[in-house]
Design a protein around this ligand. Sequence first.
Ligand SMILES: Cc1cc2nc3c(=O)[nH]c(=O)nc-3n(C[C@H](O)[C@H](O)[C@H](O)COP(=O)(O)OP(=O)(O)OC[C@H]3O[C@@H](n4cnc5c(N)ncnc54)[C@H](O)[C@@H]3O)c2cc1C
Length: 467
Amino acid sequence: MTILSSPISADYRPATAAAVTVLSDAGVPVHLPGTEAYTALTGTSNLTKAIRPVAVVPVRDPEDVSRTVRVAASAGLRVAVQSTGHGATETMQDAILVSTAALDELTVHADEHWARIGAGVRWAAVLEACAPYGLAGLAGSSPDVGVVGYLTGGGLGPVARTHGLASDTVRAFEVVTGDGVARRVTATNHPELFWGLRGGKGTLGIVTAVEIDLIEQAELYAGALWFAGADASAVVRTWSRWCDVLPEAGTTSIAVMRLPDLDVFPEPLRGTTSVAVRFAWTGDPAVGEEMIRAIRSVAPPLIDTVQVMPYAALGDVHSDPIDPMPLHEHHSLLDAFPLEAADRLLELVGPDAQTAQAMVEVRQLGGKVLDDGGVPSAFPYRDAAFSLFTIGVMVPEIAQVVTRDTARVHDGFAQWARDGGLPNFTGSAGPLWAQRVFTPPVARRLQTLSMVYDPDAVLLAARGVRS
Ligand SMILES: Cc1cc2nc3c(=O)[nH]c(=O)nc-3n(C[C@H](O)[C@H](O)[C@H](O)COP(=O)(O)OP(=O)(O)OC[C@H]3O[C@@H](n4cnc5c(N)ncnc54)[C@H](O)[C@@H]3O)c2cc1C
């Protein structure tokens, strides 16, 4: 049966044409460039990270993934994977893209506090499905992000200091490795893959479903305090000292924002510099209120959303925009954020600074993030104290300025910076990405596993550790 969405064009490489024909003859859906389905399935939220795979396979089950991987291997092609397009880094030329968007299975086992989640499911669906039971999954700042892409990269969310990394809650992966074999991976079944899939992102396989532990957390005392640029100095300096005393029940970040003068943003924040302190408290709300008083009393906030909220509203803590935009993102890890670093932040991107950054965010790590629960994973930089993340908007006229300014900001923190990067926050690809996010021993171990489970180096995401 042939269910190609468009005929193979004359300029198509023979290997690609052959692979596409084999797949479509086997009844596997394949979409080629120029078709509506291809366009829909290759969208990315960062418009500077456009992807151009030779074909897209919207897989329906693990069997489709296995077939795609095997056919690609015999055609000398690579295989990439994507569900939402929020984390695209590769251009994917010479690769067939496996789109997992249709793998939407989601079952909550409320009595036993775990869930089974297909690789196409976004966190929003999990939060909603768990809420009636007072249970929660460890989503990130945006519930629009895909569960699997996020937790294979560690998964550092707004309650990370209390509950740890999302990847540490995984009980089982169902995955198709680069040899085309579908495997069930747990701490005892293929423990080496279990190690590598938690933090190694897609280097070792294409995950088709995960099973994760759920936590009991019906509500949070959480939200954000937005301050005017005029109060930035007092707020940022107080925040840096406050982090020293914040217990594990609190997770926080601070962001210096320059929001454009657009209606989509609340009136007092539009077209001006503001500072947002994000806060999520997992314990008694009365104690949380005591804790945040130190920040609340620095200056009258322009907007104060910190209150008791359902856990399912977790996305309101950061209120990340998710509409597609051309962004230049960069990330560093810091060992500390003392008062001197607060002053540096103000000097580099505060209200009086000349900067092209739309957002500069510092997240406090520590707490339970440090604890792997005795089950080590490929997530290597647990001991970083803070994460620094910058976003500039790549309007063509100022693209070069944005890139230079990003380097200026990160270089400005050199004295507190340390090696490494978080897999989910480091937007490069290939060897550059692997060098950044893995220590040499982790990279070597991933390389060995990749050679065993992906003998033909079919998985595009393994490129970094294989080179
Ligand atoms: C608005 C926003 C907020 C974010 N907030 C956070 C946050 O708070 N904490 C955090 O840790 N990260 C955060 N991230 C980063 C996010 O976790 C990564 O970009 C993640 O890769 C997105 O996964 P996705 O499936 O949505 O994206 P996709 O673009 O679909 O996938 C991105 C990558 O994930 C891997 N991947 C996806 N599906 C599979 C699969 N089935 N098998 C194997 N590998 C797979 C692949 O390497 C793929 O290239 C945020 C991103 C955005 C856009």
